[in-house]
Design a protein around this ligand. Sequence first.
Ligand code: MN3
Length: 210
Amino acid sequence: MFKLPDLPYGYDALQPTISELTMRTHHDKHHAAYVNTTNQILGERGETPSSLEDVIRAAKDKGEQRLFNQSGQAWNHAFFWACMAPQGGRPSGALAEAIAQFGGLDQLKSKFVAEGVGHFASGWVWLIADRSGALKVTSTHDADTALVHEGAPLLVCDLWEHAYYLDYKNDRKGFLEHWFDTVANWSFAEQQLQAAKGQGQAYRYPAPQA
Ligand code: MN3
């Protein structure tokens, strides 16, 4: 069944933007619970799917909300870990060119932060690329995932309070600003953009194990 993927860096690697305590709680408790419950639901049905992406899409098509929520959250968190790096760097290449459509990185940041701050309650704020390669900032509610919507996800930030409350209390804006400036993984976002254009492989959740 599906395994909880390890973080691609240490629990303390994103400090001071995100504390070790937040990362441990978020990964080992929240994310683990979503993966475990997904496995439990599939186990009860005796199903052995070949990918988490298939599970999410099928659950959405069939209106299976409980499975969609759990599997969507399992995927969103794994994708979120990949969207961060201790040295997030700066956008380059085709991604930098695409970001120029917003006027530049500062303008994209304003849009991304405003979308996240304006999003009511729990969810996710995304940078996605549409079919033409143009970028868009969107948000989804609760467990909903850009995976099942139009466009290819490049970057996501978690808007659930558990993502920032220990470190920022109610200051979601402060969290999003620091996140964008310091740990957003621009080289990952560029790989995702290239994959959306048919070059290389887009992010996939690790395949299930027997
Ligand atoms: Mn979360």
